[in-house]
Design a protein around this ligand. Structure first.
Ligand SMILES: NC(=O)c1ccc[n+]([C@@H]2O[C@H](COP(=O)([O-])OP(=O)(O)OC[C@H]3O[C@@H](n4cnc5c(N)ncnc54)[C@H](OP(=O)(O)O)[C@@H]3O)[C@@H](O)[C@H]2O)c1
Length: 338
């Protein structure tokens, strides 16, 4: 079988295709013949060497797949054989085959394509954890979704719209027409406008009830400052450090220095909250995640969840796929097919 390998940290040239032996599932696992694999911003950061706690290089990355179960271990119910599924994988997803523990596998909703299936779990679980499970976003509240045109951003927009909240989002200008069509109330081009000033103007100086921040560093400070009383910020990424090469090291250091430190008493007197989300460190909370996935699958059946796939690249085009995301062209999810 073929798999994509990130040989070491570096530029696009470190991405290779490798032919290896077919896999055999071990205890508690099934083998999935992959039809589509999600590509996430984290994969680009792992390649650049700017991801905290990356896997050991050379590695096959990929946190999510859709496909068909073609082998089960002896202790897994054989009725899973032949089922169309979506699954969360702790790396190794960007391959023709992947072994996954059965409790990370879900039946693919019948009216969801394989490509959409690979655009579903990571983005929507992250957005659900932030907005609903931890953030408690309410219908009478406002939310700013940074980089709302990305995979997590669009998932969050759908959930926030379903809740009935007023939505603000930052994104590159060429994404605004699409985002407005998706129901975003206020699109802000952070590459040209001072987003915080714009938010303050749009909210009549009051500020926001909620900010989703995947950028970190100085941006996190501004996100916190743009909150109204009872507002909260979720930090769920550090993309300000996602720069390749030597400059990347400098940007990482700058991000760390500029990241604000919050004192509990400062939060107490200001009626504000800040919390972090890292779904890749939540493997021990499978029951909780299963509950969220159930709610999300119901949302898909009801029609308010509809994973948006922007571009599909073949495994051989992996460098182009990275380049596409790195140059901020993607609107929604980028998916790989074998
Ligand atoms: N904590 C978690 O559990 C978790 C889970 C999933 C994702 N994340 C984080 O959420 C963020 C979005 O992930 P995603 O997979 O949804 O991303 P994505 O679909 O690949 O979207 C990336 C978008 O982010 C914007 N961007 C911001 N900084 C960038 C940079 N330095 N280089 C390139 N693009 C940049 C660009 O859009 P515009 O410039 O147009 O806004 C780009 O199109 C990332 O920071 C990721 O690490 C965290």
């Amino acid at each position: 079988m073929r798999r994509i390998v990130t040989r070491k940290k570096g530029g696009l040239e470190v991405l290779k295709i490798e032919e290896v032996r077919d896999l055999l599932p071990t205890s508690g696992e099934v083998r999935i013949a992959v039809k589509a694999a999600g590509i996430n911003f984290a994969d680009v950061m792992i390649r650049m060497g700017s991801y905290p706690n990356p896997p050991v290089y050379p590695c096959t990355v990929g946190y999510e797949v859709s496909g068909i179960i073609d082998k089960v271990s002896s202790d897994v119910d054989s009725s899973w054989l032949g089922k169309e599924v979506v699954a969360i994988t702790k790396f190794n997803g960007q391959a023709e085959q992947v072994n996954v523990p059965i409790d990370q596998v879900y039946e693919k909703p019948p009216n969801m394509s394989f490509e959409q299936g690979a655009a579903f779990l990571v983005n929507y679980i992250t957005a659900y954890q932030i907005l609903i499970a931890m953030g408690g976003l309410q219908s009478n509240e406002s939310v700013l979704i940074h980089n709302v045109g990305g995979g997590v951003g669009l998932a969050a927009l759908e959930i926030a719209k379903h809740i009935g909240a007023k939505t603000f989002g930052t994104a590159s200008g060429h994404k605004h027409a699409f985002l407005t069509k998706q129901g975003l109330d206020h699109a802000i081009d952070y590459t040209k406008q001072n987003w915080k000033e714009e938010v303050m103007k749009l909210t009549g100086g009051r500020g926001l009830d909620f900010v989703m921040d995947p950028i970190g560093g100085k941006n996190l400070k501004l996100s916190f400052l743009s909150l109204s009383s009872t507002g909260r910020v979720a930090l769920f990424g550090l993309s300000s450090a996602a720069v390749p090469g030597i400059r990347g090291k400098f940007e990482k250091l700058k991000m760390l220095i500029q990241t604000p430190v919050f004192h509990a008493i400062q939060l107490l007197v200001s009626n504000k909250g800040i919390f972090g989300v890292n779904t890749s460190r939540l493997w021990h909370e499978k029951k909780k995640i299963n509950h969220w996935v159930e709610a999300l699958v119901n949302g898909q059946k009801e029609g308010w969840i509809n994973p948006y796939v922007d571009r599909i690249f073949t495994f051989d085009q992996i460098a182009e796929a990275h380049q596409y995301i790195e140059s901020r062209k993607n609107i929604g999810k980028v998916v790989l097919v074998p």
